[in-house]
Design a protein around this ligand. Structure first.
Ligand SMILES: C[S@@+](CC[C@H](N)C(=O)[O-])C[C@H]1O[C@@H](n2cnc3c(N)ncnc32)[C@H](O)[C@@H]1O
Length: 200
């Protein structure tokens, strides 16, 4: 069980049942909505098996995938290699320890489906702020705070437990507590939103 890894954020296990691609048929569109652009140096934080890492590598200059689960990073590595992509690094580690995991400030940190499980969210946001370039951006993609029984995919309720889900207002407050400022809030249908921040 991945959730037995020390430091693992609660309720952030990678789905195993094959519904992720049904929920996210066009991950590149999600990335475009958050503002990831060509030639950016990007971190995919809590990258899982690389569902978003692959399109980031296709549209940006470089991507570093970071996850606490080294096995998932190997799956991500295989996914990118199979697609002929070489502009990527894979780093196993705890997201809180970001400063020690990356060697340079980056243009963009993308974090999907994980912020809800972070015990000290301002601490995590501060760690991200610390490795952003002055004009860098941090995008958090979260499940909306809808009851879990209403967020069905392939006929089943999906996603984190209802009580773990965060409203956009909670997410924004946590990021602002870390010295970040909201740039834009976007809808990511059917069940998510994306909040994009810059250093205040
Ligand atoms: C639900 S998955 C989402 C993966 C990917 N972002 C996506 O949306 O397809 C959350 C990921 O967070 C990772 N994770 C959990 N705790 C972590 C931590 N403390 N530091 C880094 N990654 C962590 C898990 O291993 C898992 O791969």
């Amino acid at each position: 069980m991945t959730s037995t890894i020390p430091g693992f954020f609660q309720g952030t296990e990678m789905p195993t049942s094959g519904w992720w691609d049904a929920l996210w048929p066009d991950p590149a569109a999600v990335l475009r909505a958050t503002g990831i652009g060509m030639s950016m140096d990007v971190i995919d934080l809590c990258s899982g098996d690389g569902w978003f890492t692959l399109p980031i590598a296709e549209m940006a200059g470089h991507v570093t995938a970071i996850d606490i689960d080294a096995n998932l990073l190997e799956v991500a590595r295989g996914r990118l290699t199979a697609n002929g992509l070489v502009n990527c690094d894979f780093v196993a580690g705890d997201a809180y320890e970001l400063a020690g995991l990356v060697s340079r400030p980056v243009d963009f940190v993308f974090m999907a489906n994980a912020f809800h499980g972070v015990p000290d969210r301002p601490r995590l946001a501060r760690a991200v702020r610390g490795i952003l370039k002055q004009d860098g951006r941090f995008a958090i993609v979260n499940w909306h705070q809808h009851p879990r029984e209403t967020t069905t995919v392939l006929g089943e309720p999906r996603g984190p437990r209802t009580e773990l889900r965060l409203s956009p207002e909670q997410t924004i407050a946590d990021a602002e507590a870390a010295g970040l400022r909201l740039v834009k809030l976007v809808e990511v249908p059917p069940y998510h939103y994306g909040a994009v921040f810059e250093p205040a």
